[in-house]
Design a protein. Structure first.
Length: 104
């Protein structure tokens, strides 16, 4: 009626029950898995370090942007002051020229 299901493979609990070729393959797979796990752990550590560095850089960028905004505002204020001083100096120069003309 239905297709017969094959029996599950035997469970081998002792390495002495395995042939040498299978043991060698198993050892190679274990070594490969160990190496991959070490590599994965190294990548996780690197990822964590890079995330921390990125966070530090983002914090520094934020501070530098704030500082840049402050300096831009100071520059704006100083530029206005310089422009006002230049205007005042020109006015004073005109006044001095008029004064010199009147006294000569």
């Amino acid at each position: 009626m239905g297709a017969s299901i094959p029996p599950p493979p035997p469970v081998i609990t002792r390495s002495s029950d395995m042939d040498p070729h299978t043991l060698e393959q198993l050892r190679a797979v274990k070594e490969m898995l160990t190496a991959q796990e070490e590599e994965a752990q190294g990548l996780r550590d690197l990822n964590r370090d890079l995330r921390e560095r990125l966070e530090d850089c983002e914090t520094k960028i934020k501070k530098l942007n704030e500082q840049n905004d402050e300096y831009a505002e100071k520059e704006k204020v100083l530029s206005h002051r310089v422009a006002e001083k230049v205007r005042n100096n020109k006015q004073m120069s005109v006044v001095m020229e008029e004064y010199e003309r009147t006294i000569s």
